[in-house]
Design a protein around this ligand. Structure first.
Ligand code: NDP
Ligand code: GDR
Length: 344
């Protein structure tokens, strides 16, 4: 009997890579999709025809209970979130509802459907395993470098605060009800499917367009910010491995190498024979109210206990993204259409 997985956030970057990975392992995969006529659903359905869909929204408890009940999954991957950090200052309440309380709603849905009693902690039906998408953004003002599972959390954005709630409530359901719930504390991971609002993709798209003479300048914010950037395709393997362990546990996932936004721009422009300094301008409006300056993962526990290793390094990643955007941009010279078709 093949295993059944339910993925929230199926229309996002990680949802697509994880679905492909699980289908490749022989899973049956359902994606939770929200909204009426969500255009991103058509895009993912076209990319991965083997996917099934179920309606639901992390804002709606009943819809999650129905979805879990309908799918009867062995594994739930809760990737759904408002994932762009700056939006969390614009709409902090909404981000808290989706990224924080939404996690609680999903855990409740799993608890109810699997018959875990609030009083006895006894399990009714089979055990459903839950993966929660925690984030290095929870470390915020970093207490130590590199960051590991035990590093003190000091989030610097409403996004990070909401993710911290999701992280602890997952652990709490594990301790309260014996639920198999784990959090992957994932550092930044990118790909040609990354949203255009995130800095690496913003750079790769701009480089492709500048190379093709479609634009000339790229505005960026804090060039000194440093991140531990990896490839999304590598990171979804770690999500799956976490749910295969005998004992549930939380793991940091990252490459252990740190680069600045300036490095990202330099590598991307150099790849097409351009000088980044001639094209990048700093826009103070893009600097955040509170910044996370440096993030670097100590993923030694994931390497040791999960046997996980990243395969793509930062330079390869930036070049892969630029190449993909160059191919798409030369086919589709209208910028808005470029954004909607790129890499999918
Ligand atoms: P994306 O922004 O690409 O995807 C986010 C997904 O969440 C979309 O499918 C979106 O669906 C869905 N979503 C938004 N609101 C809701 C809601 N109310 N109910 C259900 N689904 C909703 O993110 P990524 O794929 O990059 O990230 C996946 C997860 O991992 C997120 O939780 C993110 O916070 C976390 N994370 C990501 C990292 C990264 O570097 N990529 C690092 C660490 C953590 P829709 O089409 O309906 O908008
Ligand atoms: P981040 O990713 O906030 O780390 O969150 P993002 O790519 O948005 O920013 C990374 C760093 O680059 C700096 N920066 C800019 N960022 C953007 N978006 N646009 C710019 O023009 C720009 N200029 C400089 C930022 O200030 C920041 O320091 C991502 C998301 O995927 C989260 O959901 C996830 O939890 C974390 O990674 C880990």
């Amino acid at each position: 009997m093949s295993k059944r997985a339910l993925i929230t956030g199926i229309t996002g970057q990680d949802g697509s890579y994880l679905a492909e990975h699980l289908l490749g392992l022989g899973y049956q995969v359902w994606g939770l999709c929200r909204g009426q006529a969500n255009p991103r659903k058509d895009r993912i359905a076209k990319l991965i025809p083997e996917l099934s869909f179920v309606d639901g929204d992390l804002m709606d408890q009943g819809s999650l209970v129905s979805a879990v009940d309908l799918v009867q999954p062995d594994e739930v991957y809760n990737l759904g979130a408002i994932s762009f950090v700056p939006m969390s200052w614009q709409q902090p309440e909404l981000v808290t509802e989706v990224n924080g309380t939404g996690v609680l709603r999903m855990l409740e849905a799993v608890r109810i459907v699997s018959g875990l009693s609030k009083t006895t902690g006894s399990t009714g039906g089979g055990q459903i395993r839950v993966y929660q998408a925690s984030s290095s953004e929870m470390f915020g003002m970093v207490a130590e470098t590199p960051q590991r599972e035990t590093t003190f959390l000091h989030p610097r954005s409403p996004y990070g605060v909401a993710k911290t709630f999701g992280h602890y409530i997952t652990r709490n359901y594990r301790e309260s009800y014996g639920m198999y719930g784990v959090s992957g504390i994932l550092f930044n991971h990118e790909s040609p499917r990354r949203g255009a609002e995130f800095v690496t993709r913003k750079i790769s798209l701009a480089v492709a367009q500048i190379k093709l003479g479609m634009m000339d300048k790229l505005s960026l914010g804090n060039l000194d910010a440093e991140r531990d950037w990896g490839f999304a395709g590598d990171y979804v393997r770690a999500m799956h491995l976490m749910l295969q362990q005998e004992q549930p546990g939380d793991y940091v996932v990252g490459t252990g190498a740190m680069h600045s936004v300036r490095d990202a721009a330099r590598i991307a422009f150099e790849h097409v024979g351009l000088d980044w300094e001639e094209h990048v301008v700093v826009d103070p409006n893009l600097v955040r109210p509170a910044e996370v300056e440096t993030l670097c993962a100590d993923a030694s526990a994931a390497r040791r206990e999960l046997g996980w290793e990243p395969e793509v390094d930062f330079e390869q990643l930036m070049r892969m993204m630029v190449e993909s955007d160059l191919r798409q941009a030369s086919r589709e010279r209208d910028y808005s259409r470029l954004l909607s078709t790129v890499a999918w």
